[in-house]
Ligand binder design. Sequence first.
Ligand SMILES: *Cc1c(COP(=O)(O)O)cnc(C)c1O
Length: 519
Amino acid sequence: MNLYHSTRSRAISRTSKEAIREGLAPDGGLYVCDALGSERVEVADLAEQSYHDIARAVLQLLLPDYTADEIAACVREAYDGTFASPEVTPLLTLGTVPNVMTKGTGVTGDGATSVLELFHGPTSAFKDVALQMLPRLMARANAGAVPASGSDAASPAERVMIVTATSGDTGKAALAGFADAPGCGITVFYPEGKVSRVQELQMTTQAGGNVNVCAVRGNFDDAQSAVKRIFADRALAERLSNAGWTLSSANSINVGRLVPQVVYYFAAYAQLLRAGTIKAGDEVEFCVPTGNFGDVLAGYYAKLLGLPVAKLIVASDTNNVLFDFLTTGVYDRNRPFFTTTSPSMDILISSNLERMLYYLSGGDCELVASLMQSLAETGRYEVPKDLLARIQEVFACAWASEEEVAAAIHACWESHGYLMDPHTACGYHALEQVAPAPGSRARVLLSTASPYKFPRAVAEAIGLDVSEDDFACMDVLAAATGTTPPAQLASLQEAPVLHNDVVDIDGMAGFVEQATLKL
Ligand SMILES: *Cc1c(COP(=O)(O)O)cnc(C)c1O
């Protein structure tokens, strides 16, 4: 049986359903599965497969205790009619992105660059791909946790309160996934003043009887750390349990968030095969705008499952803690925090790095536990040289300053007629900076948000006159580029604001308790 255990110890094991219900392991570690990669996805067959086919195959490998019927139902519910593209995550060819490393050397080899658009879901950010799926997985995990006839009033199933800290996009995508989900509540904390106007309105206008949204005085890292403490609070857990509730997470620390993201790496490859850009077995590079390291980690999982990945390029914004780590082996969060035009990447503690350290250290729980203890105590750790070397074989990196983000949006619009959001632009800049991996036949840039989520930054970058109001910026952008804002963003202007709570970091646990007990 492919069981999950914590990155920090093998003392306890869980089925994937249990791991999804629980979110975070009791010792603060993240759930991992040692069988990852022992069975592989057949790459030669990908060209004939739909997104749904690939999703079923990948999910079954990683979540083996779900039945085939359960997985098929989850895939249907998550992706039938919820995404604005029949491909779910459509791939489009951009052309050649000039590279500073190969300039004038005569080396090309970089093939064509394509963009994998991950933002056609209900909230216009890539997190929809996972957060349309997670509630469905959670519902089946809960069903398995009670006796077959357990829905009678005498033995009610424990209800799950999802608690999530967001740097901007997770919050709305989680709200859209969990609003009015049976047996669930959802509480979202976002850093006050550190998300875009559109992102904030997306959250504060969310309807639903089980929905709580609250601003926090602090940044995302503070809020994320507080949420981890809330999960570790035994006394709180007991009080909630007495009332029939258990807490869980919709952040990418939950394996149920991570696994659906593995799918689109294979779906991208399938589309490259169908377009004739590559042949089965050819290696491909993926460039991933990165914050909490969930998206790019899913790419590494895809590689372990047999996808021919030449390199995963980690793109950061001015908060370039990952760039420093991946180049020196020293992770040090003791540095200024910058609020940028790419708020979903404004993160100094990338939680999912822990899973990468686990796998690339060959499953060394003691090492991971000691590194994470050092991070908690000093804000810093350094990995052994041999581990750094193994990490660098898989991951390349680059980061973009605010000026470089704007320049990338401008350059991409000018040379390819393609409009990018600021997160995706960090990735475009990284493709300009990092030399193509030898042997790679194609480069794929993951586009993580619609440019209309950040209309002011995008309009400014392409040289348009922008006004005070983000919705006016949308109109200016649409008129100047001939593109159309997603309806769910344009209509936010008229939606009533339903949530206006603000708490300090110390007030978050109390907010969760109250919000849960009032449901
Ligand atoms: C969340 C997010 C990212 C970062 O993804 P991680 O999985 O946290 O690394 C990048 N871009 C956008 C638009 C996002 O919402």
